[in-house]
Ligand binder design. Structure first.
Ligand code: TRP
Length: 454
């Protein structure tokens, strides 16, 4: 059992770490390609609605729950459920499993981005001359088990190392160091993209909606992505919230995290689509978009290897601050539930995560024919966790906070550390309403719609 719980150095440290968790491959790798596949601006509008009506309220609820309980997800559900403790404990275990699955495949893509940092340094990217070339190069790399598993391993080890040092000396320190570097690189890339000649097409694609592309499946993808990109729905922010001081303003912290995450996704979209259109490439490339298309873009632009180096460094930083947050959730759960030390837990979990990632890594090479419902292992892990388990986890958080805990307890916790409580009453009430009715109903509707019931 854990005796003293670690805490963040201060509020900024928490916001940077939580924003670091939220801002990840989801923003830079996934958001652009799913936007590209699902028709651009119309998809973005649905996604933003999901963020505001569902993502933000559930995110605040999850952090609040963690701070209130001062525990990891399983113990929180078990200790604070007044009835049906077994079912709620199972919910906590589901969070643990979701975290495991996400880390398994997430580290694979993270490994690719680190691998591409070295591709940029070694001059391989500069040698690419067309998008066909870039795609061949990409396919050769990702289908080579030695290459993918090597970088996959390095990335898992890097995440493990940070978490090994704990909350303040590991996670918070890395977030404080890397998040500013991340911002600078991103701003630089956006300015470059917007200054290109063909940038207008990218802007139209991002900001002019075409509603004919939207159906229930798109809404589910937007909803799943809202959870994924905010790191909501599997206890990661609950864990980070449990290291938070009682007198920090949750409405402020929560909104900051959501604003930063959304802003960064849109900026990444801008940088990527202006470059892709500016250089005449196809936006609907799928998961390979940033690896297939961008190297070709980089190779024909002046000082391309530097941009390529910057971009893949950006992607690796984003991925690292996210993987450590998921790993920390798993670690803190086991710290609560077992007698093992942080160090031992980190080492064993990292090894297991590496092993779990192997089928995902091989999905792009030797195991690409291993399919279920016409999806590779990688696709299954992604679809199941992002589109099913996360929205379901978000539903659990919303129901637990708004329906299981007492309203008074919840609102008191929300207003803790806020001097002008009366000024925020309306905001608090709106939040509670969204959490109690709007978010659960919308999540359930989207679920019913894909099962074909409505
Ligand atoms: N939000 C991260 C991204 O956008 C991924 C991530 C980190 C995550 N922690 C999470 C997703 C917790 C779901 C739950 O890439």
């Amino acid at each position: 059992m854990q005796t003293t719980r670690e805490h963040w150095g201060n509020k900024l440290g928490f916001i940077l770490a939580a924003a670091g968790s939220a801002v990840g491959l989801g923003n830079i790798w996934k958001f652009p390609y799913i936007t590209g596949e699902n028709g651009g601006a119309a998809f973005i509008i649905i996604y933003l609605l999901c963020i505001m009506l569902i993502g933000l309220p559930v995110l605040i609820a999850e952090i609040l729950l963690g701070r209130y309980a001062q525990k990891g997800p399983i113990s929180t559900f078990r200790d604070f459920a007044r009835r049906h403790k077994k079912i709620w404990t199972a919910g906590g275990i589901l969070f643990f499993i979701t975290g495991f699955i996400i880390l398994g495949y997430y580290n694979v893509i993270a490994g690719w981005s680190l691998g591409y940092v070295f591709e940029s340094i070694s001059g391989h990217i500069a040698g690419i001359s067309s998008s066909a070339d870039a795609a061949t190069h990409f396919r050769e790399l990702v289908s080579n088990p030695v290459w993918t598993l090597f970088w996959h391993f390095i990335f898992v080890a890097a995440g493990g190392l940070v978490v090994y040092f704990g909350v303040r000396n590991g996670i918070e320190r890395i977030a404080r160091l890397l998040m500013p570097v991340f911002f600078l690189i991103l701003i630089f890339l956006v300015f470059w993209g917007v200054s290109l000649d063909g940038e207008g097409k990218g802007l139209t694609f991002l900001f002019q909606p075409d509603w004919s592309t939207i159906n229930f499946k798109t809404v589910l993808i937007a909803l799943g992505h809202a959870f994924f990109t905010l790191s909501v729905g599997m206890g990661v922010l609950l864990t980070y919230g449990s290291y938070l001081d009682k007198n920090d303003n949750l409405l402020f912290c929560g909104s900051m995290i959501v604003i930063l995450d959304t802003l960064i996704a849109l900026m990444a979209g801008l940088a990527i689509f202006t470059s892709v259109f500016g250089m005449g490439f196809d936006p609907a490339e799928g998961p390979g978009l940033v690896f297939n298309v961008l190297p070709a873009v980089f190779s024909i632009m002046p000082a391309g290897s530097i941009f390529s180096l910057l971009f893949f460094t950006l992607l690796s930083i984003a991925a690292l601050t996210s993987t450590i947050s998921i790993l920390e959730m798993l670690v803190s759960t086991l710290l609560d539930e077992t007698r093992f030390s942080r160090h031992h837990i980190v080492i064993v979990l990292s090894l297991l995560i590496f092993v779990l990632g192997i089928p995902a890594a091989l999905s792009f090479g030797g195991w690409s024919h291993v399919r279920l419902f016409d999806m590779t292992m990688f696709d299954i892990m992604d679809y199941l966790s992002a589109n099913i388990l996360l929205p379901f986890g978000g539903l659990l958080v919303a129901v637990f906070v708004a329906w299981v805990l007492k309203k008074n307890t919840v609102l008191n916790e929300l207003y803790r550390g806020i001097a002008e409580k009366s000024a925020l009453r309306k905001t608090g009430d709106t939040w509670y309403f969204l959490l109690k009715y709007v978010a659960p109903v919308l999540i359930i509707l989207v679920f019913l719609s894909i099962t074909g019931i409505i």
